[in-house]
Design a protein around this ligand. Structure first.
Ligand SMILES: CCCCCCCCCCCCCC(=O)SCCNC(=O)CCNC(=O)[C@H](O)C(C)(C)COP(=O)(O)OP(=O)(O)OC[C@H]1O[C@@H](n2cnc3c(N)ncnc32)[C@H](O)[C@@H]1OP(=O)(O)O
Length: 184
């Protein structure tokens, strides 16, 4: 991965152990919000990622590129692929049971991804330092050990629940999340 200093963890930053109550190894993660473009089952043209954690620390998911995801004819749009990276990385930091948002997302595009391709996504945390989480992801064509088509590195920033109250719809989060304290 070509990674800038902004998405490289400082010396000593380590990924924390999963907190009590975090999904157990092998658990399916489900959607965090039905209308989410990345994982929502109610979104008509979203990515419909289905995810699980094989070990309680990393996340695996699949994304099948559809007609709605094209840039050039019959090829995935680069922004859509970045969205898939953002989503699977977001799911991996969500394992720590704190609210984070994307601050910076860097993406390497290595291969074109045709419509109909299933991308096998994997994301993991390289370290956390204060409010900053340093994460990475890759998308492989056709199989978990297929050729790498996309790589991403990201800096996610921990926020309070006020972030969602002030800028979004906290009630919608409360309706779908019992595992966050949603009354700031
Ligand atoms: C909770 C329930 C929901 C469930 C969620 C499930 C997730 C599923 C997946 C969801 C979908 C996927 C997820 C999505 O799509 S999340 C949606 C996309 N992201 C956003 O909308 C975030 C918009 N940005 C902001 O709200 C603010 O800018 C944030 C909160 C990020 C920081 O503003 P805040 O005022 O709070 O803090 P700060 O400015 O003092 O910064 C703090 C530190 O961070 C450093 N910094 C900041 N930005 C950058 C940057 N770009 N590069 C390098 N560094 C950066 C900064 O220098 C500082 O460092 P230091 O000076 O301390 O050293």
């Amino acid at each position: 991965m070509t990674r800038s200093s902004l998405t490289t963890p400082p010396p000593g930053a380590a990924a924390p152990a999963p907190p009590p109550g975090a999904p157990l190894p092998g658990a399916a993660l489900g959607s965090h919000y039905g209308h989410c473009f990345g994982c929502g089952t109610e979104h008509p043209t979203g990515l419909h990622l289905t995810a699980r954690t094989p070990d309680g620390a990393t996340v695996e998911a699949e994304f099948t590129v559809g007609e709605a995801h094209q840039g050039a004819p019959k090829l995935a749009h680069g922004g859509v692929l970045a969205a898939a990276m953002d989503e699977v990385i977001g799911m991996s930091v969500y394992l720590f049971h704190k609210p984070y948002v994307t601050g910076r997302l860097e993406t390497d595009y290595l291969l074109p991804v045709p419509v109909g391709t299933t991308l096998h996504l994997r994301a993991w945390c390289n370290g956390i330092s204060g409010r900053k989480a340093y994460l990475e992801a890759e998308g492989r064509i056709g199989a978990p050990d297929g050729p790498v088509a996309v790589r991403a590195a990201a800096l996610f920033i921990e926020v309070s629940m006020e972030h969602f109250a002030e800028h979004g719809d906290l009630a919608a989060i409360a309706a779908e999340h019992q595992d966050f304290e949603v009354n700031p």
